[in-house]
Design a protein around this ligand. Sequence first.
Ligand SMILES: [Zn+2]
Length: 199
Amino acid sequence: MPSFSNSIPNETKRHGYDLRRTPPDKPLKGIITCEKLIGCYTHWWNGRTSPCEDEGCKACESNTPSRWHCYLSLLESGTHDHIIFECTAKAALPITEYQLDNPTLRGVLLTAWRPKRRRNARVEILLKPIDLSSIKIPPAPDLIQAMSVIWQLPGAALETKKNERSMTRMTTDPDILQAQRFNPADGNGQSTNKRKVKT
Ligand SMILES: [Zn+2]
């Protein structure tokens, strides 16, 4: 049932999480809300970033280069926006090292900046545990689900598996994906709340 109102909504922001990279001119700071980072190889394919499909990946088959990126959820200082932060594998090294020594990333203050203050210049990341007694942080989003929305992957084509190292593997059914991605009625019609991805 559609829901009508006589006034414009206060909240015009779309659902989902914004993907943010480190800006060139000022540090990006925020409190990490997820327990672990997730990472994935992506391609620039058909005019947008798409995750590598691994076996049977059309982008790989056409020799399109791929890069690994790290994603984590962050409550941005100042704006209090809950965002997904993206960085390269190299920039993410301090995060993976922190993960090895500590049970969780949640509640850690992340500062990311570009010392050369240029777009695409090297990113430095500093992590610092902080006193959370006076700060309330929201629950972390389902990162895979959030990234699927950002990448416009149809929810129906998603299947996640957890392997013995407790890494979640996201696979897609290439046929469903192909059919839905190029069908305007379905392509962006995936929903974050109707379908639950098993993790
Ligand atoms: Zn690929």
